[in-house]
Design a protein around this ligand. Sequence first.
Ligand SMILES: [Mg+2]
Length: 322
Amino acid sequence: MKEFDLIERFFERRGRQRKDVIVGIGDDCAILKVPDNKRLAITTDTLVENVHFLAHTPPRSVAYKAVAVNLSDLAAMGAEPAWISLSITLPDTDEAWLESFSEGLYELLEYYSVDLIGGDTVKGPLSLTITAQGFIPENCEIRRSGAKPGDWIYVSGTLGDAGAGLEIAKQGLENLNESQDYLVNRHFSPTPRVMLGNALRRVASSCIDVSDGTLADLQHILERSDVGARVHIGRLPLSDELVDVVGIDDAVNHALTSGDDYELLFTVSEEQRGQLETILGNCDVQATCIGQITGQKQKIDLRLGDMPFSLPKDAGFEHFSG
Ligand SMILES: [Mg+2]
């Protein structure tokens, strides 16, 4: 199959959903209209087979996750997604693979009314790069740099599921029980918190999406904001499925150090807490307060009750526990 046929057949077949795409796929460039009072947010992520996803990951999941992680970055700044472009490197043109990939891609694009506006296809080892673009009203972006001592630290959803799901998926996808299946699904199909991210504009003082792990991503906020944090281990939101499969100790380790959950980690001042409760009700999302920002610059103070808590050395994050 020629490149042109491939793009037409698998990536253009659904047509356009958006009126702000003046020229979409099929010309040398896309031509797009940005609303007058908004700013453009742009993010890009590359996923490489055997590096970012396991070989033989279902193609539907590869596509779904590639879109999800980009939308998650937009959500973390409060941007509303609009368009993506896709550059894909394929070892061959396996039509069944592409059909399934296309299904996963459009599942999220259609849900969020995002248009695929262009891209490229190349022959080579499997990898894909997505660039996502979205809108933010002027001066409304939620940066990593706005956390202040006294602000409360929140996280959406539950933590650690995707990391445990990856461990399970490495062992194979046969004969999984219900809890294992749930965790694997959290790894393959994370939910980008788009509605929550948009609702947190003007409410959250800082925000990041959990891609590298809760402590690592919290550290990014601390560095940018030049503050510290106290985190209460007993308040970490853990799914019943995670505790069921790995036990409470490993559940805590996953929650603190595994990546790929794509939940939002954000800070809210005392004055904005009431507003946050309203938002959480409207978005139908659970968020849990796990601690508070401190003035101890860039230091994370882990607590179990009133006692200091240290991660086991083999968790690989001694840096944060000391
Ligand atoms: Mg991010």
